[in-house]
Design a protein around this ligand. Structure first.
Ligand SMILES: Nc1ncnc2c1ncn2[C@@H]1O[C@H](COP(=O)(O)OP(=O)(O)OP(=O)(O)O)[C@@H](O)[C@H]1O
Ligand SMILES: [Mg+2]
Length: 256
């Protein structure tokens, strides 16, 4: 079992989008047992992105040791198990993020046949973000290709080193290929982290968020979904499974 936290120096760069879609691809295409956890307790979005409308039991209850682990999962049609955090502000009362690690350890122990646990972390390196990182063994960085945001990744690298976590690589998201962006080579030179995927900017991501169906489900053959296939392949070390002929034929309509 591998526990991977998805992190960024700055907020709003696409961590939750990555966790949702990567989880779906690992579970549905690579046939892995996957749990995704919303560790961004103050501004949790993962449940919303996964189309979960009601979730009376959340990670907050697990951290407070008020619920059984089996009660906290919501299974997405792709097979990925989702652990949402509470949307209620009141639910933050008395919540100690130092206990996140023991909540994740309980999941690891009781669901020992899980292949991957992906942690959707809070941005930056405050207490909440560090709690997520500390609960993992490996990290994936997410950034957008703009100078100040990439510089923030470098700060994250120091934190990751201090915590002795293994870096898997960097995802450059929302690439528009305009002249104000850094190139992938520049990003790699600044951060000294290998880039494992470059995800284009697409209004389809907003649309899918609006409809609460992740892009990899709505557009399984799109350029964006192909990048999630690549990330899953890097993580697993396995080739991307070939899609069925009928899927490939109908896949041509993904671009419309
Ligand atoms: N490739 C993309 N193209 C267009 N929009 C995108 C792309 N990736 C993410 N977005 C949009 O950008 C916004 C921020 O994405 P997301 O919530 O995944 O970021 P985050 O890093 O998790 O943010 P936070 O730090 O606040 O948790 C969302 O509205 C999402 O739909
Ligand atoms: Mg997020």
């Amino acid at each position: 079992m591998r526990v991977i936290s998805i992190i960024s120096g700055k907020g709003g760069v696409g961590k939750t989008t990555v966790v949702a879609n990567l989880g779906i691809i690992l579970a549905s295409k690579f046939k892995k047992k996957v749990i995704i956890v919303d560790c961004n307790i103050t501004t949790p979005h993962l449940g919303l992105y996964m189309g979960i409308h009601q979730h009376p039991i959340t990670l907050n209850n697990l951290i407070r040791e008020e619920s059984e682990i089996s009660e906290v999962f919501y299974t997405h049609p792709s097979g990925v198990k989702v652990v949402p955090a509470s949307l209620s502000l009141k639910d933050l009362d008395g919540l100690d993020m130092l206990h996140l690690k023991s909540a994740i350890d309980r999941i690891k122990k009781e669901y020992a046949d899980t292949d991957y646990i992906l942690l959707d972390c809070a941005p930056g390196f405050g207490r909440e973000a560090i709690a997520g990182m500390r609960s993992s063994d490996e990290v994936i960085y997410v950034t957008i290709p703009y100078f100040p945001v990439v510089v923030d990744v470098v700060k994250c690298v120091h934190v990751v080193d201090d915590l002795e976590l293994k870096p898997i690589g960097l995802i450059v998201n929302m690439k528009k290929n305009n002249k104000h962006e850094l190139t992938l080579t520049e990003v790699e030179n600044i951060t000294e982290i290998p880039i494992i995927a470059s995800i284009p900017f697409s209004h389809d991501v907003f649309k899918s968020l609006h409809n609460r169906i992740p892009i990899s489900v709505v557009k399984p053959h799109s350029k964006i979904t192909k990048q999630f296939d690549i990330i899953a392949s890097v993580i697993t070390g396995e080739e991307i499974p070939k899609s069925k002929f009928s899927d490939r034929v109908f896949g041509v309509f993904d671009k419309y």
